[in-house]
Design a protein around this ligand. Structure first.
Ligand SMILES: *[C@@H]1O[C@H](CO)[C@@H](O)[C@H](O)[C@H]1NC(C)=O
Ligand SMILES: *[C@@H]1O[C@H](CO)[C@@H](O)[C@H](O)[C@H]1NC(C)=O
Ligand SMILES: *[C@@H]1O[C@H](CO)[C@@H](O)[C@H](O)[C@H]1NC(C)=O
Ligand SMILES: *[C@@H]1O[C@H](CO)[C@@H](O)[C@H](O)[C@H]1NC(C)=O
Ligand SMILES: *[C@@H]1O[C@H](CO)[C@@H](O)[C@H](O)[C@H]1NC(C)=O
Ligand SMILES: *[C@@H]1O[C@H](CO)[C@@H](O)[C@H](O)[C@H]1NC(C)=O
Length: 320
């Protein structure tokens, strides 16, 4: 009888051995990580976006995190500072979503400042606590880091675009595990959706010492009026990552008035980014005091509601 092993050419057993050594090494690293990460997602005031409830979270932000193996804890707009701090000590990272809140005067802005300060302090103490910010969240981080509003109007309310990578972008933590062909596709095909009234120009960003010393620009884009704006950053010394565009819409939002890229590659971009961020959260070991407390904090206590016929979101969670 010829076994599979006998049928292999001479060099094959060596190859199998070296592959399994690296697989085992990876397993040893991941066995030490937190494989049950919980990520907080900030709720924001409904205002004119959703005509019911005091605050909401679009379900697409929850789904993109779930797709990569995380559970979500909604972050209410109604807690005291001490309660936010307690919650942050129990979860493994935070996502700042997009939306229509003011970056200066809103609960979103106030809570973001608490979370941002907590994040810097935790990481300074050696606790890996990651933040991922999308669109409005990106703008909020820019305001928090620079300590001023250096945002500028951009003509970008409904664009699908390729990303213009900087050298740093191609070698960044954020993109380093992307498949080569996907990274190439990102540079030439309109795989990213941009829906924002404000942005930070490359010029203003690079002229600002606080931003320059805190973040690396990974990608830029140019709006319809030739203003080049920053579209992806990562903090140099902190696990803080931000995109001005909307990866979560490609797989999960369908409003046909928006130019959302639904290409298979755009969906893959969303997943690779989420996978990257959830892996960052796996390096954090915060936890609730017991499973009862954990259960009370999770998004499963809420039921998403269909809003596809009245808003740009198919489903939202009403939080407060
Ligand atoms: C965050 O930290 C900054 C700088 O230390 C401080 O000015 C600000 O008041 C803090 N904000 C909150 C909400 O803690
Ligand atoms: C830079 O920001 C200022 C506000 O601080 C704004 O007035 C100006 O238009 C911006 N410049 C560019 C090139 O975006
Ligand atoms: C890409 O970025 C470079 C460097 O910032 C800039 O010179 C170029 O105009 C950008 N191209 C586009 C299409 O935005
Ligand atoms: C879980 O933790 C909470 C808060 O620390 C405590 O009040 C509660 O008694 C604990 N429940 C169980 C079942 O241990
Ligand atoms: C939107 O859809 C929901 C659920 O099907 C329905 O109850 C509601 O009346 C619809 N609203 C409008 C404005 O069409
Ligand atoms: C799409 O989004 C707009 C708001 O951006 C909303 O008015 C509209 O009802 C949504 N749904 C459809 C099916 O167009």
């Amino acid at each position: 009888m010829v076994t599979g092993m006998d049928a292999l050419p001479m060099a094959a057993p060596l190859l199998v051995l070296s592959v399994s050594v690296s697989v085992l090494r990876e397993h040893c690293v991941s066995a030490r990580l937190n494989q049950r990460p919980i990520i907080g997602v900030l709720a924001q005031e409904s205002n004119n976006v959703i005509p019911f409830g005091k605050s909401y979270i679009p379900a697409s932000y929850v789904k993109i995190l779930e797709s990569a193996g995380a559970r979500v804890a909604p972050i209410s707009t109604k807690l005291t500072e001490a309660e936010y701090t307690e919650l942050l000590h129990s979860i493994n990272g935070v996502l700042f979503p997009g939306g229509g809140s003011s970056v200066l005067n809103s609960r979103f802005a106030e809570i973001s400042a608490i979370i941002y300060n907590f994040t810097l302090k935790a990481n300074d103490k050696g606790v890996h606590f990651p933040v991922w910010a999308i669109c409005l969240g990106f703008q909020e981080l820019i305001v928090l880091t620079s300590g001023e509003n250096i945002l500028t109007r951009t003509n970008t309310i409904n664009l699908a675009l390729p990303l213009n990578f900087t050298k740093a972008g191609l070698h960044s933590r954020t993109f380093k595990n992307f498949p080569k062909n996907l990274l190439q596709a990102l540079q030439i095909r309109p795989l990213t959706g941009h829906y924002h009234y404000w942005g930070v120009s490359v010029k203003n960003f690079t002229n600002n010492k606080k931003l320059n010393s805190f973040y690396r620009i990974l990608t830029t884009n140019t709006d319809n009026q030739r203003v080049e704006y920053v579209s992806t950053v990562e903090a140099i010394k902190y696990p803080i990552y931000a995109v001005q565009w909307h990866p979560e819409r490609s797989p999960y939002e369908w409003n046909a008035t928006l130019n959302i890229p639904h290409f298979s590659e755009a969906v893959k971009v969303a997943w690779y980014l989420a996978d990257f961020f959830v892996n960052e959260a796996r390096w954090n070991f915060n936890h609730f005091s017991n499973t009862t407390e954990e259960g009370k904090a999770l998004i499963y206590n809420y039921t998403p509601m269909f809003t596809g016929n009245i808003s740009r979101f198919e489903q939202v969670y009403l939080i407060d």
